[in-house]
Write a protein that binds this ligand. Structure first.
Ligand code: SF4
Length: 99
């Protein structure tokens, strides 16, 4: 039997404050985008980003940043199906991962 959450042991966000990945509704506009970009930079250096995004699309996770995607971006992706998760995010705006 496989552990469906086993990938989380390798998550780069492990130990970071959860609220970093869940912006409040009061946080909007350029401040929200800056915060999302900050979190996405963490995700883009994460070894389990594909597994994280797959999880978020399959369940689906309606809040927070998962696999370097916002809820709005995931809503536009639809089900994972046969696509590789990385293919699903290839067209999205990506913050500079070097930061
Ligand atoms: S992709 Fe981002 S949210 Fe998902 S496990 Fe990695 S760091 Fe955490």
């Amino acid at each position: 039997m496989t552990d469906r959450w086993g990938w989380r042991q390798h998550a780069r966000c492990r130990g970071l404050p959860t609220d970093l990945f869940y912006a409040s509704e009061q946080c909007q506009g350029s401040l929200r985008r800056a915060r999302e970009d900050e979190v996405k930079r963490i995700c883009h250096r994460c070894a389990v980003r594909p597994q994280c995004l797959t999880h978020a699309l399959e369940h689906p996770e309606r809040h927070g940043i998962w696999g370097a995607t916002t809820p709005r971006e995931r809503a536009g992706m639809g089900p994972v199906g046969d696509r590789r998760p990385d293919a699903a995010v290839s067209g999205l705006r990506r913050p500079d991962a070097a930061g």
